[in-house]
Write a protein that binds this ligand. Structure first.
Ligand SMILES: Cc1ncc(COP(=O)(O)O)c(C=O)c1O
Length: 406
């Protein structure tokens, strides 16, 4: 361990606390280099990463293939303007449509939140144009997370995040996940869309039941309601399929993606059909940086890398191994309430508020963990994580949970 005087992490941490707004409970380590599932801090110490930049690095840190394509792109052109087509944006849109079995048109934004905002606008415009001006309400779910701008926050049914920023945007109704009657009670003639994460990420890795999501798809068809899937966290192989909806045998009307599409570059996108997308006309929506050539070059490379390197199969296979190991640990300690997840989107829930201490202690042992609440650890590692990497974590969890339960 470094003494305080020579700790470069602490030096940057202290300066950061002075100059940056206090919107995150930051930990006293600063990462200056990354390579796939590993990170190095400012003192040169290596760490094993189980959160991948909040799930935005399915292809790993500074993936050499993706960075190579990005460097090549920025040597040519980064940005023109969306008044002109850019070749890389067109290429990425085509790839995304080909990857999904419903997508025919794409709109590019800079983040998941922005893409959610665009999807809300698209659903409202389409429904108003096609049906009537009162069809504008959107049903979303308790414990969901869709972003922090006012529209996305209004869809994010978490009182704690919303309360101090009221008034929110009008037109959102909240239902309980996996509760058909709760959704039925919210549908009315004004409902234009249902917005759902197939697996809630920030809410604690809560998985939609197959029966529930299939029913949602059916009820949307029957009531001329659009199904918007938020795959910002679940996309690009995270759940053992390219997109989580492919685990369910359904298709959305609108899908929102972001995070891992960019391989670390900021990007978000809305994908939909020709019919629904036709509701947007010039001037209805836009973004200066959305679809810039640099982010799109990274996006194209991410898709190619995932497909060429079998990352989806790895996510499924190592994910199964990971979950089984978590289950083995759960059997040993009563303090663990539940372990759950699909692919490499996993959680361990405790009966007590021990998540923070585990995250902090793991960091001291050079393992990067993440908590989504005081009692839930979430695991979203880069998809090339190995079984040996998982074993290192399991040994650590076994010892440290054992110490906590004594
Ligand atoms: C499911 C989901 N939707 C939307 C967002 C917002 O995305 P961004 O942080 O890129 O704006 C997130 C971010 O964590 C997310 O997990």
């Amino acid at each position: 361990m470094k003494t305080e005087e020579m700790d470069k992490n602490l030096e940057i941490y202290n300066e950061g606390s002075k100059y940056l707004m206090n919107t995150y409970s930051r930990l006293p380590v600063v990462f200056v280099k990354g390579e796939m599932q590993y990170l190095w801090d400012a003192n040169g110490q290596k760490y094993l990463d189980f959160i991948a930049g909040y799930g935005c690095l399915n292809v790993g840190h500074s993936n050499k293939f993706v960075m190579g394509k990005l460097k090549k792109q920025i040597d040519n052109i980064i940005q023109s303007s969306n008044v002109y087509h850019n070749k890389t944006q067109v290429e990425l849109a085509k790839k995304l449509c080909n990857l999904t079995d419903f997508g025919e048109k794409v709109f590019f934004a800079n983040s998941g939140t922005e893409a959610i905002e665009g999807a809300i606008k698209l659903a409202r415009k389409f429904s108003r144009d096609k049906y009537n001006s009162d069809k504008y309400r959107i049903i979303s779910f308790y414990k969901s997370f869709h972003g922090r701008t006012l529209g996305a926050l209004s869809a994010t049914a978490q009182t704690k995040k919303q309360e101090v920023f009221k008034p929110l945007i009008e037109g959102f109704d909240y239902a309980r996940l996996n509760d058909i009657n709760s959704v039925k009670g919210k549908i009315n003639k004004n409902t234009c869309a249902i917005l759902i994460e197939p697996i809630q990420g920030e809410g604690g890795i809560n998985i939609s039941d197959k029966k529930f999501l299939t029913w949602i798809r059916k009820i949307c068809f029957e009531n001329k309601i659009l199904l918007i899937l938020d795959e910002v966290q679940t996309g690009f192989g995270r759940t053992g399929e390219m997109f989580a909806y492919q685990n369910y045998g359904i298709k959305p009307d609108i899908m929102v993606i972001a995070k891992s599409l960019g391989g670390g570059m900021p990007i978000g996108a809305i994908i939909s059909t020709d019919d629904i997308s036709s509701a947007f006309n010039p001037g209805d929506h836009g973004s200066t940086f959305g679809g810039n050539a640099a982010s799109c070059a990274a996006g194209c490379a991410v898709i190619d890398y995932i497909l060429k390197n079998g990352l989806i199969d790895k996510s499924r296979e190592v994910g199964k191994y990971f979950l089984n190991k978590l289950k083995e640990i759960k059997k040993k300690y009563t303090i663990i309430k539940d372990v759950r997840g699909i692919g490499l989107m996993l959680a361990m829930e405790f009966r007590e508020e021990v998540a923070d201490i585990l995250v902090r202690n793991a960091l001291k042992d050079y393992i990067i963990l993440n908590k989504v609440s005081d009692s839930i650890l979430r695991f979203l590692p880069p998809l090339m994580i190995t079984k040996d990497n998982v074993n290192i974590l399991m040994e650590w969890l076994d010892k440290n949970i054992g110490d906590l339960q004594k």
